[in-house]
Write a protein that binds this ligand. Structure first.
Ligand SMILES: C[S@@+](CC[C@H](N)C(=O)[O-])C[C@H]1O[C@@H](n2cnc3c(N)ncnc32)[C@H](O)[C@@H]1O
Length: 196
């Protein structure tokens, strides 16, 4: 068991963030300028809403968030929430209705962990591939994509396949990542465009 009440958990409570994960996006954005004021951002796997709050800190940005779970008590005219599975067509259609193109896509989505590191890794890679196949249809040329993946042997092929579509790629583990976690964040900038 991890200590749920670690420093980032307490900080999030004090500062009004809905998740400790908010600090991961703050760090990623500080280091790599993933989005800026005025951007339209798609947040995949957005519940309980910490990343949404981080994007909304930029006054003119718009966020569309998707999650299997509900996002509670996060009302903002610049935030549209869609409850659903991003791998399903009905959800994708709602996302497109909310905004047809995005300056930035961020995904903190991960399948439920099973206790098997290998299975969790494989499921995470599969989910990222599905998320990317949708992302490349909605991301603006020059746009940015950041995703989480559980580490394992297929990670390098996954990153290789996606990074060829971008000008810049960096892998990192933000400070707020729990020590025992095997998650990794991949930042991709400068989408070369959709040739489909
Ligand atoms: C670590 S949480 C995200 C935390 C969020 N970034 C925050 O700051 O509050 C991962 C989320 O991904 C969601 N998720 C997993 N698979 C999904 C899918 N196929 N479609 C939509 N959401 C999914 C889960 O329901 C979960 O809420």
């Amino acid at each position: 068991m991890y200590d749920r009440k670690d420093a980032f958990y307490k900080k999030a409570k004090m500062e009004g963030f809905k998740s400790r994960a908010a600090y991961k996006l703050l760090e990623l954005n500080k280091k790599h300028a993933l989005f800026r004021s005025g951007d339209t951002v798609l947040d995949i796997g957005c519940a309980p809403g910490g990343w949404v709050q981080v994007v909304l800190q930029q006054k003119k940005s718009i966020v569309v968030g998707v999650d299997l779970l509900e996002v509670m008590n996060l009302e903002d005219t610049r935030f549209t929430f869609i409850q659903g599975d991003i791998t399903e067509q009905a959800t994708v259609e709602q996302v497109l209705e909310a905004a047809p193109v995005y300056d930035c896509v961020v995904s903190d989505a991960a399948p439920n962990t099973s206790g098997s590191k290998l299975l969790d890794h494989v499921n995470s890679v599969d989910l990222v591939r599905l998320i990317y196949s949708f992302t490349k249809k909605v991301l603006k040329k020059g746009g940015n994509f950041t995703f989480k993946v559980f580490e394992g042997e297929d990670r390098s092929d996954l990153v290789k396949d996606i990074k060829k579509d971008f000008d810049f790629c960096k892998m990192l583990r933000p400070e707020a990542t729990r020590k025992k976690s095997f998650e990794m964040y991949i930042v991709l900038k400068g989408f070369k465009g959709n040739n489909e």
